[in-house]
Ligand binder design. Structure first.
Ligand SMILES: Nc1ncnc2c1ncn2[C@@H]1O[C@H](COP(=O)(O)OP(=O)(O)OP(=O)(O)O)[C@@H](O)[C@H]1O
Ligand SMILES: [Mg+2]
Length: 420
């Protein structure tokens, strides 16, 4: 196990996440012959994002819910930051662990603010402190507090509900965040944005996040580590996305990754890891001929029109510039833009949709950072293919159930043991 620099107990003040250790955890539901989770030992390092993937019914949700004891393990131990939480009060434990379920799981009769405030209220925070925290969290998930705090969930889009779900889970600043297919119910573009947002949030708050997904690409994009499960939560492979893609441990894993593993390398690299081209920028009201000569002088195709806060509004190519007199400040809905946390895969998608050889890259508060081109993406693929992955070692992950069946002492199998 890693990470013992934090205090032994979980406190709401922990900024870095807590380490989680599942020790030979088994869950056998009443009346079931096979265990849903069989003897799983899994180390989840503090401050990392661990993704659970695997076929339907393989035990992902069961494993996740045993971490906050929404489901009680049949046997085994769960240790969080060195503290065995298997015997502690479940309600108390759950106040210290954020939990996000599909579609946000918001209470429909409560406003956004009341939903987010639930755990802080239970913890007895003052009204002022709660109100300030609600606004802070809404800002964090990019929802304007003045517009959204008093709405009801049905007055929000699916993606917005999910953001509120994330805000609620983070409310009391828990060191651990559990997410069960949090972005399952939204369209691909919103999904991409929510993923980027989660990564932005994580770079600020450094929680320990365990997240279930059906989507292997999502696991590659978000995960520091990916656990690939087979039936009974049998671990097929537990490693970094890079190494799983490069060296699938079994045919099962190979099939799970699916075709195009080479192209999935594009999901491993983020836009903020490659060199961006500086854009020629201008603002509404400028003389088009001046901008045109700037664009021509730099050998570029476009100028990017920015608003007063540095956010891109539209692109104007040489032809448009030569026909205009004054720079027009209208907003182009189809402008290809990606966030800096987006993957090269996302960037390429955005370019294809816009039939453009380049896309604009924005950072915090949607400010323009530069331009990414198809050429940059191609070079990054070539570089990734020739680069060797570092020799970092993976966290511990194995199933002991199968081994325990053979009893060295010659005793009969224990009553709580695995059904064979
Ligand atoms: N309350 C329950 N009682 C009995 N069996 C259950 C119960 N909950 C889950 N199971 C069974 O345990 C196994 C694991 O279920 P689990 O919900 O953990 O799967 P999952 O990997 O999350 O699947 P999915 O991807 O479909 O959500 C399944 O075979 C399921 O039918
Ligand atoms: Mg599930």
């Amino acid at each position: 196990m890693s990470e013992n620099k934090n205090s032994e107990t979980l406190t709401a003040q922990d900024v870095t996440g807590a380490s989680i250790m599942l020790e030979e955890v088994t869950k056998t539901y009443p009346g079931q012959k096979k265990s849903a989770v069989g003897g799983l030992t899994l180390e989840i390092p503090a401050g990392s994002i661990v993704m659970f993937v695997g076929p339907s019914g393989c035990g992902k949700t069961t494993t996740l819910k045993m971490i906050n004891r929404l489901i009680e393990p049949t046997s085994g131990k769960i240790v969080i930051n060195g503290e065995d939480v298997t015997g502690m009060n479940g309600d108390e434990l759950r106040r210290r662990i954020g939990y996000v379920i599909q579609a946000g799981g918001l209470f429909p009769h409560m406003t956004v603010a009341t939903n987010i405030a639930m755990v802080p209220k239970m913890l007895g925070w003052s009204k002022e402190k709660i109100a300030a925290r609600v606004d802070e969290l809404l800002e964090l998930v990019s929802l304007d507090p003045d517009l959204y705090r008093d709405r009801f969930p049905k007055e929000l889009s699916g993606g917005q509900q999910q953001r509120v779900g994330v805000a609620r889970a983070l409310a009391a600043d828990p060191p651990v965040l559990l997410m069960d297919e949090p972005f399952g119910a939204v369209d691909p573009i919103t999904r991409q944005r929510l993923q980027d947002e989660l990564l932005n949030i994580q770079s600020e708050v450094q929680k320990t996040i365990v997240c279930v997904t059906h989507d292997f690409d999502e696991a590659v994009k978000l995960g520091d580590w990916i656990a690939i499960f087979n039936e009974g939560a049998q671990l097929e492979q537990y490693d970094s996305p890079e190494r799983i893609l490069a060296n699938p441990a079994s045919e099962f894993v190979e099939n799970f990754i699916g075709s195009g593993a080479g192209l999935k390398q594009l999901t491993l690299t983020r836009v903020n890891e490659v060199d961006l081209e500086e854009a020629i920028t201008t603002t509404p009201g400028k003389r088009a001929s001046d901008v045109l000569s700037q664009v021509q002088g730099a050998g570029r195709k476009y100028a990017v029109v920015l608003d007063s806060r540095g956010r891109p509004l539209r692109r104007l190519d040489r032809r448009q510039l030569s026909r205009a007199e004054i720079i027009d400040g209208t907003y182009d809905q189809n402008l290809p833009v990606v966030g800096e946390q987006a993957t090269l895969n996302d960037a390429l998608d955005t370019m294809l949709v816009a039939s453009s050889e380049s896309a604009l890259v924005t950072g915090r508060r949607d400010v323009l950072l530069g331009t990414i081109t198809v050429q940059t993406v191609m070079e990054a693929i070539a570089a990734a293919n020739s680069a060797q992955d570092g020799d970092h070692s993976a966290p511990v992950g194995l199933n002991s159930g199968a081994i325990n069946v053979v009893d060295i002492e010659g005793e009969a199998a224990k009553p709580d043991g695995e059904p064979v």
